[in-house]
Each structure stands twice: as structure tokens, then as C-alpha cells.
Design a protein around this ligand. Structure first.
Ligand code: DX5
Ligand code: ZN
Length: 216
């Protein structure tokens, strides 16, 4: 069954613990934690000190999506703050030689690793890393803001990733992020997505459980 990862970006930050408790009660699988630095993306969200506090009040799987310019520089802070999975953007890696080193570094700390690709980035760009990854995160909006419309072109990448996984016996989960609701979520499930991030769709509902159930 598809995993649902509500994005805390759309939660009420003044009531973060209550929001986390609510989504756990509503049977969410993961917490998606969007880190934005105002540089890689034109928005600022939260960093590792808030992640540390979050990790202390929940036992949920923490899926940390780094939308920051220099992931290598900050990654240890997020690992030490309780990340279960670190997803970085391939577009943020200026030196290609560092990509494999970063993957290995995170794995050495016993944390799962994912790479994310923006809508304009082809799957081929990350092909040589696929064997090492626990997650591939396909962006179905331009990263930076919640509440944008789903881009259907992302579905081709999902199907492509599924095919590459089957052909090569890779183990990564395919995650999709941006513009997910009951309708677009159905398209994603049909294409073979394993994990769906949903921000505004879950948190703007009066009943989180109903919203999450409608995505399964
Ligand atoms: C966008 C973030 C998303 C965002 C999704 O840059 O990576 O995780 O929170 O929000 P919705 O589901 O509202 O598109
Ligand atoms: Zn995200």
C-alpha cells in the first residue's frame, strides 16, 4: 500500500506537537520535513534545531527534504537531529564528485538516503546513483512552496524509475512531492508511486484522517 507523508510545511507551526500527534493518529506513515534556505529555493522554512525538537516528541519516520544549496555542509546537523531519511537535490551539488561521497557519508551514519529531481531534471542525471538509493523523490511542482498545481509530466519519470528498478533489481522507493490530492494521487498510484507527500491537501482539511484515507 502507498505510504502517505504529510508535509509539516503546511502545518500550524505554533501547534507543531499537536499537528504531529494528529497526523500520527490519522495513520500517516511518514512525516515529510521541508528544509528551505531562501537560496536554493526562494522561500525559508525551518532548519535542524526545530527538527531536533520534533524528533523528541514523535517516533514517526522523519523524511527530511533538503532544499538547500550546500547539503554536504549541513547534513550532519540533520542526521544528529534525528532524520530517518535525508533527501538532497542533485541540482544543489556543484561538484559531481561529491554526490557519491555524500550518499556514502549518510549511509555510514545509518540514515537512509534519497535524491530529489526538480521538474526540469531528467532521470538520466541520477542514473549512476540509483543502485545506492533508498528513495528517489520526483518533484511534481517547482520546489519552494506548498499549494501549487501538480505537473503531469512527473508521471513519466515515475514510470521510468519503476522500469529501471525492475530491470536492475534496485531497491529504492519512488516518492512524489507537490500538488497531491485525491485526484492527482490516483494518477500517481497508477504510475507506480510508493510514497506520496501531501501538504496543503492534508492540513487544510478539517479531518486529517479522512484526507489521508482518501489518498490510499
Ligand atoms: C514544495 C515542498 C513540498 C510541499 C508540498 O517545495 O517540497 O513538500 O510541502 O505541498 P503541497 O502538497 O501543498 O503541494
Ligand atoms: Zn518536500
Amino acid at each position: 500500500m502507498v505510504k502517505i507523508a504529510p508535509s509539516l510545511l503546511s502545518a500550524n507551526f505554533a501547534y507543531l506537537k499537536e499537528e504531529i500527534d494528529e497526523i500520527k493518529k490519522a495513520d500517516a506513515d511518514w512525516i515529510h520535513y521541508d528544509v528551505m534556505d531562501g537560496h536554493f529555493v526562494p522561500n525559508i522554512s525551518f532548519g535542524y534545531s526545530i527538527l531536533k525538537d520534533v524528533s523528541k516528541v514523535t517516533d514517526m519516520f522523519l523524511d527530511v527534504h533538503l532544499m538547500i544549496s550546500d547539503p554536504f555542509k549541513y547534513v550532519d546537523h540533520f542526521i544528529d537531529s534525528g532524520a530517518s531519511l535525508i533527501v538532497f537535490h542533485v541540482e544543489a551539488m556543484k561538484d559531481e564528485a561529491n554526490i557519491q561521497a555524500l550518499i556514502e557519508h549518510i549511509h555510514e551514519k545509518n540514515v537512509q538516503v534519497g535524491i530529489s529531481i526538480k521538474p526540469a531534471t531528467a532521470v538520466d542525471v541520477i542514473d549512476k546513483y540509483l543502485a545506492m538509493l533508498d528513495v528517489v523523490l520526483v518533484m511534481s511542482v517547482e520546489p519552494g512552496f506548498g499549494g501549487q498545481s501538480f505537473m503531469e509530466s512527473s508521471l513519466d519519470k515515475v514510470r521510468d524509475l519503476k522500469m529501471r528498478r525492475e530491470l536492475n533489481h534496485y531497491h529504492y522507493l519512488i516518492e512524489i512531492d507537490g500538488g497531491i490530492n485525491a485526484q492527482t494521487g490516483q494518477l500517481c498510484k497508477d504510475a507506480g508511486v510508493d510514497v506520496m507527500v501531501a501538504g496543503s491537501y492534508v492540513f487544510q482539511g478539517d479531518n486529517y484522517q479522512e484526507r489521508i484515507e482518501s489518498l490510499r
